[in-house]
Design a protein around this ligand. Structure first.
Ligand code: ADP
Ligand code: MG
Length: 240
C-alpha cells in the first residue's frame, strides 16, 4: 500500500496555478524524487502536503490511508510526516541542541522531555554533529552544518516519512556527496523519503521513482532513467 497518495491536488496564488492537478503515490520505504525547473511548484507541493504554511485548494492527500489534506501542520507532523525547508531555517541565537529540539517542543509530538532530549542528541549525532558542538550557536555553523541541523531537527521527531526540499542547494561537491550518503543512511532507518532537487543527477543516484513537474503539472513520472530521457523533460530543462 502507498504511504503517501495524492490525487488531483491543486494550489493557486491569485490567477497563478502553482500546483495544478498533481497525482502520484509513494510506497513505504522508497526514495521518491521530484525534479522540475525553478518555479515549477516543487516547494508549493511540499507546503500543501505538510500543511506548512497552507493546505491545498482541492484534491486528496492521504498519508498511511488517512486523509490529511487541510489539517494543521502540527497535526500532520504528529502523524509522522516531517520536512526540511529549501532555505536553512535555524534560530541563530539559540544553540545547536536547542534548535534540534525545536520540532519536538512545538507540540509536533507528545514525547516526554527526557525522551525528547535523548531523541535530539541521537539525531544530531546521526547527522554527524558531535557532542562538542551541541552548545555552539547555530549562527556559527556552515551552510552544510545548518542543513544537517535541519535534518536532525526533523529526524528527532522520529518521522515515518521525511520531505526534503533541495538538500543539496548551495553545497560544494564533497558536501553534496556527503549529503547523498546521509540521505541513504536516513532511508536505511526505514524512513520513507520524498526528495525535491533541481539538479537531476542528484536525484538519479538516489531515487527509485522520479517525477518531473513543469508549471505546476506532472510532465513525466516513472523509473529515473526513462524520465530523464523523455524529450518533454529535456525540453523543459533546456528551456529554462
Ligand atoms: P519551485 O519550488 O519549483 O521553485 P515554488 O513552488 O516555490 O517553485 O513556486 C511555484 C510558483 O508559485 C512560482 O511562480 C512562485 O513565484 C509562486 N509562489 C510560491 N509561493 C508563493 C506565495 N506564497 N505567494 C505567491 N506566489 C507564490
Ligand atoms: Mg523550491
Amino acid at each position: 500500500m502507498a504511504l503517501l497518495e495524492l490525487v488531483d491536488v491543486a494550489k493557486s496564488f491569485g490567477s497563478l496555478k502553482a500546483v495544478d492537478g498533481v497525482s502520484f503515490s509513494v510506497e513505504a520505504g522508497e526514495i521518491f524524487g521530484i525534479a522540475g525547473p525553478n518555479g515549477s511548484g516543487k516547494s508549493t507541493l511540499f507546503n500543501v502536503i505538510t500543511g506548512i504554511p497552507f493546505g491545498p485548494d482541492r484534491g486528496m492527500i492521504r498519508f498511511d490511508g488517512e486523509e490529511i489534506g487541510g489539517l494543521s501542520g502540527n497535526r500532520i507532523a504528529r502523524r509522522g510526516l516531517a520536512r526540511t525547508f529549501q532555505r536553512e531555517t535555524s534560530f541563530d541565537g539559540l544553540t545547536v541542541f536547542e534548535n534540534a529540539l525545536m520540532g519536538l517542543s512545538f507540540g509536533a509530538t507528545k514525547m516526554p522531555a527526557a525522551q525528547a532530549h535523548e531523541a535530539t542528541a541521537e539525531a544530531l549525532t546521526f547527522v554527524g554533529i558531535d557532542f562538542a558542538s551541541f552548545g555552539r550557536l547555530a549562527g556559527e555553523l556552515s551552510v552544510y552544518q545548518r542543513k544537517c541541523l535541519m535534518l536532525a531537527t526533523a529526524i528527532a521527531m522520529k518521522p515515518r516519512m521525511l520531505l526534503l526540499d533541495e538538500p543539496a542547494s548551495s553545497l560544494t561537491k564533497p558536501e553534496i556527496e556527503a549529503s547523498v550518503e546521509l540521505i541513504r543512511r536516513i532511508a536505511g532507518r526505514g524512513i520513507t523519503i520524498l526528495l525535491i532537487e533541481h539538479v537531476l543527477t542528484f536525484l538519479m543516484s538516489l531515487s527509485q521513482h522520479l517525477l518531473v513537474l513543469n508549471q505546476g503539472s506532472v510532465l513525466a513520472m516513472g523509473a529515473p532513467r526513462s524520465v530523464i530521457e523523455d524529450p518533454r523533460v529535456i525540453e523543459a530543462y533546456l528551456g529554462t
